[in-house]
Design a protein around this ligand. Structure first.
Ligand code: S3P
Length: 181
């Protein structure tokens, strides 16, 4: 029996760049599967009692990443949960490895141009609030691509509605659960 056959698929984790629709798709998928929805950013904000912008400003990105890592550890105890992971979370290899022990990891993908189109009018993401945000998206996406591609499933969101992406995600989850039963 391969290592893969020993994996438990109790949860569904969505990874991918900011603006790829992880939270919207995650909420809809949780509804369909009748799972709990958990957004790692929401947990961090609730615990810190301040926005992500404030956490970055007052404590710095490393402190944010530490909080993120702690939540990833706690997630190993969950069942029937759809997890929407912050965009930078899978860049730490142990985070991705940990998610894979209990969840099917699905990456939502989009090009830098499409992401820029989706996030340009938003201001809650500190990494895109300074300098040239489009350039930042391109460079971060280039660095993160290899990590995102380690997901079990990669779904291009560009030509699909959120509903279609959700249907794909749920389908993949059902297939993975059947294969690991
Ligand atoms: C980040 C993505 C954000 C949030 C933080 C940092 C990143 O989450 O965790 O602003 O490094 O890509 P979303 O991907 O949910 O926007």
């Amino acid at each position: 029996m391969g290592v893969d056959a020993l994996r438990q698929i109790r949860n569904l984790a969505l990874i991918g760049f900011m603006g790829t629709g992880k939270s919207s798709v995650g909420r809809m998928a949780a509804d369909i599967l009748q799972f709990t929805f958990l957004d790692t950013d929401d947990v961090i904000v609730a615990r810190a009692g301040m926005s992500i912008n404030e956490i970055f400003k007052q404590h710095g990105e490393p402190s944010f990443r530490e909080l993120e890592g702690r939540i990833v550890e706690e997630l190993t105890r969950r069942t029937k949960t759809v997890i929407s992971a912050g965009g930078g979370l899978p860049v730490k290899t142990e985070n991705l490895t940990s998610l894979k022990t209990h969840a099917l990891v699905v990456c939502l993908w989009a090009s830098a141009e499409k992401i820029w189109e989706r996030v340009r009018n938003q201001s809650h993401r500190p990494l895109l609030n300074e300098g040239d945000p489009f350039e930042k998206i391109r460079s971060l996406l280039a660095v993160r691509g290899p990590y995102y591609r380690q997901a079990d499933v990669l779904i291009n969101t560009e030509m699909r509605s959120l509903r279609e992406v959700t249907a794909q995600v749920v389908h993949q989850f059902h297939m993975a659960q059947a294969a690991h039963r």
